[in-house]
Design a protein around this ligand. Structure first.
Ligand code: PLP
Length: 412
């Protein structure tokens, strides 16, 4: 009989979102009149329509493909030159950061990139993740056999968890032990925290001293509003030797359904091979794309390119400002109600400390019952999230304002 990948059996049952859905359904079944009042502040998905510049570029690209003169079949696996150049130029070189066009790899999503990068990394690596954490980093390592079983408390044997607490500003300091791979996410999902330049300098110094690699997820880069907060890991000198950056058009351009993202893998970044040689990772990642991927559709890449036009940039700015306007309204309402709030300034997520002694699920139930709002329990992202909850600012203004009124009216 064929064997399955037993590592999958170690995965904790997809607990968080199914459990949220179960509780919401139980509530709406018991209170049908409240169902219509329900406001979802739990989702990590955009709500507003695609920018016009994007739609126009897509229509045009479709029409091109409909003519024998401009028809295109397979494109370059790593992405069309026009998009790699637009990314490298606009996101990096125009900001003084040295990134070459062929260090950009265009893909169908950051979720996939974060998972696929493990293909070109060895199985011997010691891996560190933040706690609370975007579950993809953990689960993909479990699937790849990089961990043991999960403990009752939910920690996988073999992973190094870096607690993110109010004390460290929800951004971990470097560990005292040696690790080889570190997943960092800034602006952070779920906490909305951002890494300061000083914090990132320490991480780059740590990575260089320990021959470690930083896997830097900057999917929410567009939401940074405060000056001085690094938008790319490559703003830190030395990062080209030790960091891979993940970016996505999902949250800035509203591409969660369209699907387009990219990784930056600098040619200077070296890893050790089995024979003890230091070798660049870039050719392996390039090879992986050629062998296992046939590229993002032409229409989608033209759509992504349009985000860098002046109209596209203005529309992205308007989308970000819409969601950050929601974040401000929600943040002020919850903080005005007496709770301690974090995030929501450089990220579309607000991270709230619940009342003393209440678990994240207690708060979830109370908010659902009393305000008819769905939030995300912090403990669902890791043990260090216990007692917290996440409010997403991805919503229409009308719903964000109504949610804010209800949060403010709750007796915490
Ligand atoms: C939304 C999100 C992404 C983007 O994923 P895509 O697959 O590009 O849609 C990446 N990382 C984090 C932490 C996210 O929340």
């Amino acid at each position: 009989m064929a064997h399955l990948n037993s590592h999958y059996l170690k995965l904790k049952a997809g607990y968080l979102f199914p459990e949220i859905n179960r509780r919401v359904k139980a509530f709406t079944d018991a209170n049908p009149e409240a169902a219509a009042r329900l406001i979802r502040c739990g989702i990590g998905d955009v709500t507003e329509p695609l920018p016009l510049a994007v739609r126009e570029a897509m229509h045009k690209a479709v029409d091109e493909l409909g003519t024998s003169e401009h028809f295109r079949g397979y494109g370059p696996e790593q992405g069309y030159e026009f998009l790699r150049k637009a990314i490298a130029e606009n996101d990096y070189r125009s900001r003084g950061l040295d990134v070459a066009d062929d260090e950009i790899f265009v893909s169908d999503g950051s979720k996939c990139d974060c998972a696929n990068i493990l293909d070109v990394l060895g199985h011997e690596n010691r891996i560190a993740v933040m706690d609370p954490v975007y579950p993809v980093y953990v689960d993909t390592n479990v699937m790849a056999g990089h961990t043991g079983a999960a403990s009752d408390a939910g920690f996988y044997e073999g992973l190094v968890y870096l607690p993110c607490t109010a004390e460290n500003g929800f951004m971990p300091d470097v560990p005292t032990e040696k690790v080889d791979l570190v997943y960092l996410c800034s602006p952070n999902n779920p906490t909305g925290a951002v890494a300061t330049r000083e914090r990132l300098e320490k991480w780059v110094a740590y990575a260089l001293a320990n021959d470690a690699i930083l896997l830097y997820d900057a999917a929410y880069e567009a939401y940074i509003t405060e000056p001085g907060v690094p938008r790319s890991i490559y703003e830190i000198p030395g990062a080209r030797q030790c960091a891979i950056e993940f970016r996505s058009f999902s949250k800035n351009g509203g591409f969660t359904g369209v699907r387009c993202a990219f990784t930056v893998l600098p040619k200077e970044l070296l890893c050790t091979s089995a024979d003890g040689e230091k070798r660049p990772l870039h050719p392996l990642w390039n090879r992986r794309f050629s062998t296992k991927f046939n590229g993002v559709s032409y229409v989608t890449q033209r759509a992504a390119e349009a985000l860098y036009s002046s109209e596209g940039k203005a529309e992205v700015a308007a989308l970000v400002s819409h969601y950050m306007g929601n974040a401000k309204i929600l943040r002020e309402a919850v903080s005005g109600a007496g709770l301690t709030v974090f995030g929501g300034v450089n990220a579309p997520y607000i991270w709230v400390r619940g009342p003393q002694g209440a678990t994240s699920w207690d708060i979830f139930d109370r908010v659902l019952n009393e305000a008819n709002i769905v939030i995300t329990p912090g403990s669902g992202f890791g043990n260090a999230g216990e007692g917290y909850f996440r409010i997403s600012a991805f919503n229409s203004r009308v719903k964000a304002e109504e949610a804010a009124r209800r949060f403010a009216a709750m007796k915490w």
